[in-house]
Ligand binder design. Structure first.
Ligand code: FRU
Length: 505
């Protein structure tokens, strides 16, 4: 059966977006994701919420669109949706580049950096010494701190840096610090080659080793990087989640982020099981961690790229964007805990033109744009009582297509970007990316967030997720939904407003 939506229903969704401004309108420029105005960006850093503002620092090289001497760029938002890029926060210094790390609000002034009642925001980061690296030494990554008394605008590096010296481990980086009330100490999770080492401190300046985790656990296809550890509640019970990025060795190649669930006593993390689980099974969600100082709510955001090709993707003025912020939760399946990720509800404020359809028996239907350009960004949400094959194809008149769907035989979700447009810049970019369906539920639901050059898939209430970037030579202009037996219980389309609308150059 072929079912075409009446055009009226469609018009709000599929008309090309008219932008009166010239800000952030370049080809492939994300419209609902943070990307820097120009130049190179990788990992999110120092994410902290303070006085109503979400701070997003990031690995930044302001002189080029490829990786180089790392700085911390800075962006702020009051709603997790609209971002304002701020002046660079941290510059390389005599101890080296400023690699990834975290930021905390030192409310009780344990560090002594606070003055005249001003609470310090403290950044904990890795100083990476490129000279030591070149000389082949094994202690060129050390942990340092800096503080700000004006909400992250200006920073003072601590004179006693580094605060945690390298004991001779080549990969010794990416400190993520949180306050552990039970022992009144700061806890640092640090990536140390093939494991996570936990340290503790009373004042952020002097650190004591607690324990190591993971040499024999989880995935080890690459070096461990960018850890995070935090509690989540499940039915009133506290479950600890340890996040670890690895590169390479991800489930679809290159960089990816795995996690463990277990207990933590301020010193030792003990996992409940030995399974390898991934926050996102797609290739383009890396180095993600959570915001600090958000109470029980844990909001995650990752870098929407992959070290396999991040430096050669076909964007000219800037390189890379972040994923949408995601709320983390827990689900229990077969006695095991899994982390769920869902796009934060704040994104709903971008929804315009709401199309809701129920009990759709149509098995093939198309959305075609009159203007030749789909009005991305869009959000697409549907649910079904049946677990059956389906595919959703985005395509353009150059025969380029991106397909997302579910294959019942293998029980896999997939995103197929083999013919999605420009793919030859890296040999493995053109791929059919898959993820096992984790849910045992007999119904299914999916949210898709599609921007100019990215798709984020959240299946089964955020249990199995995939993020992938793509680069069509002209914007996709059609969406085709295809299935044999699938029946949609409820379907919602939202065209989404650009977060840069109304901004001037
Ligand atoms: C992860 C990473 C970190 C490091 C940073 C350097 O993508 O390799 O381990 O601190 O990027 O930019």
């Amino acid at each position: 059966m072929k079912f075409l939506f009446p055009f009226l229903l469609l018009s709000g969704f599929a008309t090309a977006q008219k932008t009166s401004h010239q800000f952030y309108t370049e080809t492939y420029r994300p419209q609902i994701h943070f990307s820097p105005k120009q130049h190179w960006m990788n990992d999110p850093n120092g994410m902290v919420f303070y006085k109503g503002v979400y701070h997003l620092f990031f690995q930044y090289y302001p002189d080029s669109t490829v990786w180089g001497p790392m700085h911390w760029g800075h962006a702020t938002s009051t709603d997790l949706v609209h971002w304002q890029q701020q002046p660079i926060a941290l510059y390389p210094d005599s101890l080296g580049y400023i690699f990834s790390g975290s930021a905390v609000i030192d409310k009780t002034n344990t560090s002594g950096f606070g003055k005249n009642g001003k609470i310090p925001m403290v950044a904990i980061f890795t100083n990476h010494d490129p000279v030591g690296e070149k000389e082949g030494r094994n202690n060129y990554q050390n942990q340092s701190i800096a503080f700000s008394l004006d909400e992250g605008k200006t920073w003072v590096k601590y004179k006693g840096n580094p605060v945690l010296k390298n004991p001779g481990i080549k990969d010794f980086r990416d400190p993520k610090v949180h306050w552990y009330p039970a022992s009144k100490k700061w806890i640092m999770a640090l990536a140390t080659l093939d494991r996570i080492t936990f340290y503790s401190s009373k004042n952020l300046k002097s650190w004591t080793k607690g324990s190591e985790f993971g040499q024999q656990k989880g995935a080890h296809g690459g070096v461990w990087e960018c850890p995070d550890i935090f509690p989540l509640k499940y039915n009133g019970k506290t479950i600890w989640v340890l996040i670890v990025s690895i590169n390479p060795g991800g489930p679809n190649g290159g960089s990816a982020t795995q996690y463990f669930t277990g207990t933590f006593n301020g010193k030792t993390f003990t996992p409940f099981d030995n399974d390898t689980k991934w926050i996102d099974y797609g290739p383009d969600d890396y180095a993600g961690v959570t915001w600090s100082n958000t109470g029980e709510r844990k909001i995650f955001l990752g870098w929407m790229s992959n070290w396999q090709y991040a430096t050669i993707v076909p964007t000219k003025k800037w390189r890379s964007a972040m994923t949408v912020p995601r709320d983390l939760g827990l689900e229990k399946i077969g006695g095991k805990y899994y982390v769920t990720s869902k796009p934060v509800k704040e994104l709903n404020e971008l929804n315009v033109s709401d199309i809701k359809l129920q009990n759709l028996k149509a098995h093939h239907f198309a959305l075609t744009s009159k203007t030749g350009e789909l009005s991305v960004p869009v959000r697409f949400k549907f649910s079904s009582d049946k677990i059956e094959d389906f595919s959703i194809t985005l395509s353009n008149s150059n025969h380029e297509k991106l397909i997302v769907g579910y294959d019942k035989e293998t029980n896999n979700y997939y995103i197929d970007r083999t013919s999605s447009g420009k793919t030859t810049f890296e040999k493995d970019f053109s791929a059919r990316l898959t993820a096992k369906r984790l849910s045992h539920s007999t119904d299914m639901d999916m949210i898709l967030i599609i921007d100019k050059a990215s798709i984020e898939m959240f299946a089964d209430k955020g249990l199995t997720n995939m993020t992938a970037i793509f680069f069509p030579t002209q914007p996709y202009s059609n969406i085709l939904f295809d299935s044999n037996n699938f029946e949609i219980k409820e379907l919602q389309f939202h065209k989404m407003k650009s977060i840069w609308e109304g901004k001037s150059k």
